[in-house]
Design a protein around this ligand. Structure first.
Ligand code: ADP
Length: 235
């Protein structure tokens, strides 16, 4: 699989660019065998979005690029359910590649605050680089690609697309959210349709409008078709 984004255009000194390229190559190998909702194409989209947002909002581009590349290196959905494992795994990669402790520390302080942890679980942290990568990750879970990823994820776990008897749950702990195995339409209510209000930066909020509108149109059409010929019962 190829790498379709270039770190070479970033204003980072040449020696640091080489380190960043080494992280890119390591993550390309790491994610190339993952399922399509969390594969290398997904990481590249989040890196691209993160760099775009950094260009609008400011912040340290090197920290943004590194955090975006590494942010799901040990995601609970892929690692057997261990929560908050990204910092330790990222630390190992960055240390092996030769990064300094200041950079490693900054990435590791923000990396486990990126994931959505449930409708009733507040986001933590205020560092600009964290807000940028978290917004980029959330934008990719919205819109057309967000819809495709959600149904791919549900299919990979053999879940129903919808089951009227199972109401959505707005989780108040990360543990309960991470254990949810409901049908895929519930994921729209427990996460995807809530993301618009959980974007932090102005640039992401602007981009999120169109993606959110598509999620709403899709959800309305889905229930209209499901409940045909009766009008769907909407809250
Ligand atoms: P986060 O880091 O916030 O968990 P990710 O970008 O790692 O977000 O991946 C979340 C994506 O995984 C969702 O947007 C969705 O596409 C998929 N996903 C996670 N849980 C579910 C679920 N229960 N049903 C459908 N898709 C899911």
């Amino acid at each position: 699989m190829t790498n379709n984004f270039s770190t070479a255009s970033l204003s980072i000194p040449e020696d640091r660019l080489q380190l960043l390229e080494a992280v890119t190559q390591a993550m390309m190998v790491h994610f190339s065998k993952e399922e399509a909702h969390h594969d290398w194409y997904y990481i590249q989209r989040v890196v691209n979005l993160s760099i775009y947002l950094q260009q609008q909002e400011g912040g340290d581009v090197e920290i943004v690029a590194l955090t975006a590349l590494l942010h799901d290196i040990s995601d609970y959905k892929l690692n057997g359910g261990m929560l908050d494992g990204n910092a330790a795994a990222a630390r190992k990669v960055l240390t092996d590649i030769g990064y300094d402790e200041a950079t490693i520390g900054k990435v590791c302080r923000i990396i486990d605050k990126i994931s959505y942890k449930g409708a009733g679980v507040p986001d933590e942290g205020s560092e600009l680089e964290l807000l940028i990568v978290r917004d980029a990750d959330r934008l990719d879970a919205m819109g057309a690609i967000g819809i495709a990823r959600a149904f791919h994820f549900g299919g990979s776990r053999n879940r129903s697309i919808f089951a009227p008897s199972q109401a959505p749950e707005l989780h108040t702990s990360f543990e309960n959210y991470s254990k949810s195995n409901s049908h895929t339409m519930n994921h729209f209510h427990e996460k995807l349709l809530l993301l618009k209000e959980r974007l932090s930066t102005q640039s992401a909020r602007e981009m999120g409008e169109k993606r959110h509108a598509l999620l709403q149109q899709f959800t309305t059409a889905f229930y209209e078709e499901w409940y045909f010929p009766q009008a769907p019962e909407m809250e």
